[in-house]
Each structure stands twice: as C-alpha cells, then as structure tokens.
Ligand binder design. Structure first.
Ligand code: KIV
Length: 272
C-alpha cells in the first residue's frame, strides 16, 4: 500500500484520505493525559482523540456536558506533548460552538493555539454547519460526529442505538454529505446500524470512523480506558476489551497495601 511504502513521520488528514483510498483501516483511540498518550506513542496508532469523554472517564460526570474548554485544553496539551506521529484531534466541548459560529471559531482557535493539536471534532449535522464552515475557513481541520452524539443526551434521553428508523437514517445520510461538502476531513459514526454506516461510508469520499457502527466503516475508535478494561461496569455490545487493567490495578494496590502493613516493603535493597 502506498501509505505503508512511504516514510511517513506524521499522520495528516491527507494520509487518512489515502488510507481510505487504499482500503487501509484507520485505528483511533482516546487519550487525555501524558502517561497514556506516551504509551500510545510507542504504537502505530493513527489518530489520538482527546475526547470530551474525559468528562466521564477523568472527571466522573454522568454526561459529557459539564467539561469546559479550559479543561479540554489542559488534557489536550498534555497529550500533544507525548505524541509525534499520530494525528491529534480534540473535541470541542458542549456550549463552545453550537448556535454561534463566531464563538465556535474563537473556541477552535484557542484549542489549536494553546494545545498544538492537529484538528478539532464537533458533534452534529446541518445545525452546526455554519460553525463548521467558519472553523474550516480559518484553516482548522474539522472531524464531524453523527449518530449518537452524547452532547445531545438531554434531547435523546437515552444512549440507545440511533437512526434505526428511516427518517433519522435519511437525515444522517444528508448530514454526512453536507459535512463532507463543507470540507470535514472525516466523520465519526457512533452507535448506528452497521448497514446504515456502510451506506454512509460508501457515499463519502472522506473516511468514516465508527464506534458501534459495524465493520464497513473506514476506521474504528474506542475509549482507551474501556478497551483496556479499566472502566468498570461499562460493557456495551460494541466494546471489545484488550486487557484486564482495572482488576490488575486493584490487585497490585491490594498487594502494595498488604506489603506495607506486613513491613515487607521496603526491604533492605529498597532503602539507602
Ligand atoms: O469523546 C469521545 O471519546 C468520543 C468518541 C466516543 C468518538 O467522541
């Protein structure tokens, strides 16, 4: 594949476009801090998303709504300091782009200037098109996000699979085309039927990245803590776990406590 043969040192939006053309799947994961991002840097991950899921994973909120732009900037700049190869995309938090495209541009500029990230992501279709266009006009790459858009949880009232009826599916298809036409470089499709995701992917020139959207998308994204088995009690059907780090950490900490209490730690060699 052309992408694999060239000496690529940095994944760009153009590289992702070529991956779609060449049929090479895109691997994307979230990160919110320097330590985790440093581990991702040691891999060939293509895209690192500083998702507003940080509100849930890092801050313990039930929804993504409370996280602020200032907080996202702290998370994103920590991640950027660890990453050289992957494309770093930062979520625009709720309330920083909806309805007011000037505010949207100002928020996106803050993210780009203060974090050093490569692109921003925002949720929604036609209702955020003006914001998307204004951000793009400043030369900032935009990733769209359709289907289950967690910032609209209070409108949906539930996190169940989206666009199962024809009307919503048709709207989603139109939204995807409009985001592509506006100049988005990629679109996340979250928790929609696999057949719909396949149709949307086939209708677009830009790559789609799925989460709970089946196999016929151009790439996949998961929340890092979910796929590592750190997040407890979150087991949606789409989630494949690649480790048991949550229980491993609990076991390790219990052993540490026991070693401290029993005076086993520190031993002779572990002191000066
Ligand atoms: O915030 C996030 O982690 C996301 C992914 C689930 C796509 O938007």
């Amino acid at each position: 594949m052309a992408y694999l043969q060239t000496d690529v040192t940095k994944v760009t939006t153009r590289v992702l476009q070529n991956m779609k053309l060449n049929g090479e799947k895109i691997a994307m994961l979230t990160a919110y801090d320097y330590s985790m991002a440093s581990l991702l840097e040691a891999t060939k991950i293509d895209v690192v998303l500083v998702g507003d899921s940080a509100a849930n994973v890092m801050e313990g909120f039930k929804t993504t709504l409370p996280i602020t732009l200032d907080e996202m900037i702290v998370y994103a700049s920590s991640v950027v300091r660890a990453i050289t190869r992957a494309l770093v995309v930062v979520d625009m938090p709720f309330g920083t782009y909806q309805g007011n495209s000037k505010q949207a541009l100002a928020s996106a500029i803050r993210i780009m200037k203060e974090t050093g990230a490569d692109a921003i992501k925002l949720e929604g279709g036609v209702e955020v098109l003006e914001s998307v266009q204004r951000i793009l006009s400043a030369g900032i790459p935009v990733m769209g996000h359709l289907g289950l858009t967690p910032q609209s949880i209070n409108k949906f009232g539930t996190y169940v699979v989206r666009a199962t009826d024809q009307e919503e599916a048709d709207r989603l298809k139109q939204d995807a085309l409009k985001l592509e036409e506006a100049g988005c470089f990629s679109i996340v499709l979250e928790k929609i039927p696999a057949k719909l995701a396949q149709e949307v992917t086939a209708s677009l020139k830009i790559p789609t990245i799925g989460i709970g959207a089946g196999a016929a998308v151009d790439g996949q994204v998961l929340v890092l803590q979910d796929m590592l088995g750190i997040t407890q009690q979150f087991k949606p059907r789409y989630l494949r776990t690649y480790g048991t780090f949550g229980s491993d950490i609990i076991t390790a900490v219990k052993k540490y406590i026991s070693d401290v209490k029993s005076r086993d730690f520190p031993n002779e060699k572990e002191q000066y």
